[in-house]
Design a protein around this ligand. Structure first.
Ligand code: FDA
Length: 307
């Protein structure tokens, strides 16, 4: 009960525009540096290099929320391109993750697609891949339609994310698997009503296992993005039983969460990719991480009161 209240509180706080704007001027505060790798491209490249040296690959996310002007969306696209260029120039192992709303999806679908083309062209010229993060349910249909449109235009270096908490998810995974899409599978991070998403964690976990198995067996590339040991063990079991080659799937976790386990999985021979966010727009991302786990809040409180 208390945990649910805390979760709702931090999800509510994550949407506060005033604090979001203010936080951009604060620098990484309140322990945010545990989850956000830096504010500049140079800082994030350095972190990626350190992670690569430990056997971990990365996907980097230039943080940006509440984009409501055309210029802001174009600036975000420019920063995504600059990030891809820096990855290439420094020879580090990382692809890119992004959110379509940060590229102007809520302003104009065509603006968003135009921005995506620029980013995908740069990624393609460097042999790199771009992952479209999945946002709340109201953006699901349009995200999938843009993904499919980009594929029809000839972009093969793009994939998306599917959330296990939605009732419709198994059907989406079935269709996207048949179309050969590279998917990241997650439990789902947004607050959705019971009309569209399983309210019970047990049901989400069962559905998550179902889609992990489905997508691994479809033959398309699967990224299993979770910190949940039960889901990691389940994946290991399926890939062993079904003899899924190691180069057809990977595990993913967030920067700063279960870092030791990330290293262990890499040492066991699995591809392990760390989701590395950076930028001065860290507030909303940080609040969502606090919502996920009370232990993260305890960590932050300790950091706030430590001299
Ligand atoms: P869950 O939250 O159920 O936790 C299960 C167990 O994991 C815990 O009981 C604990 O044992 C362990 N655990 C969790 N956090 C821990 C911590 N901090 N320290 C130690 N143990 C911990 N969501 C979305 O909607 N759209 C998206 O695009 C993405 N993208 C994305 C990328 C990547 C790389 C990851 C890892 C996650 C996402 N997510 C996401 C977020 C995802 O939907 C989900 O909210 C979180 O991953 C939390 O769910 P878990 O599967 O980790 O398990």
């Amino acid at each position: 009960m208390a945990e649910q209240l805390m979760k709702n509180f931090f999800l509510f706080m994550s949407k506060n525009r005033t604090l979001n704007q203010a936080a951009k001027k604060w620098g990484l505060k309140f322990g945010a540096a545990r989850f956000v790798a830096g504010e500049t491209v140079d800082q994030v490249i350095q972190k990626i290099r350190q992670l690569n040296e430990q056997g971990l690959e990365c996907t980097v996310d230039y943080l940006g929320e509440f984009v409501s002007k055309v210029e802001e969306a174009e600036e975000m696209a420019t920063m995504c391109i600059r990030t891809l260029e820096a990855i290439h120039e420094h020879g580090v192992k990382s692809n890119l993750s992004l959110k379509l709303t940060s590229l102007g999806l809520d302003i104009d679908r065509e603006l968003c697609i135009r921005n995506m083309r620029g980013i995908l062209d740069t990624a393609r010229s460097h042999g790199n891949f771009v992952r479209i993060d999945m946002e709340d349910y109201s953006h699901l249909e349009v995200t999938l339609s843009i993904l499919r449109q980009l594929r029809e235009e000839g972009y093969e270096n793009v994939g998306t994310v599917i959330q296990a908490y939605l009732y419709r998810t198994a059907e989406d995974v079935q269709a996207l698997g048949e179309e050969g899409f590279n998917l990241r599978l997650v439990k789902g991070a947004y607050k959705e009503p019971a009309t569209v998403a399983f309210p019970e964690k047990g049901d989400v976990d069962e559905n998550y296992k179902k889609i992990i198995r489905m997508h691994l067996l479809s033959g398309a590339y699967t990224a299993i993005a979770t910190h949940d040991e039960a889901m990691i063990q389940y994946t290991k079991q399926v890939v062993a039983e079904e003899e899924i080659p190691l180069d057809r799937f990977e595990f993913q976790m967030l920067y700063g969460i279960r870092s030791q386990r990330q290293l262990e999985l890499a040492k066991e021979g699995y591809k392990m990719r760390v989701y590395v966010p950076y930028g001065n727009d860290w507030y909303g991302y940080f609040m969502r991480r606090l919502a996920e786990r009370p232990a993260n809040v305890a960590f932050v409180l300790k950091g706030m009161f430590k001299k």
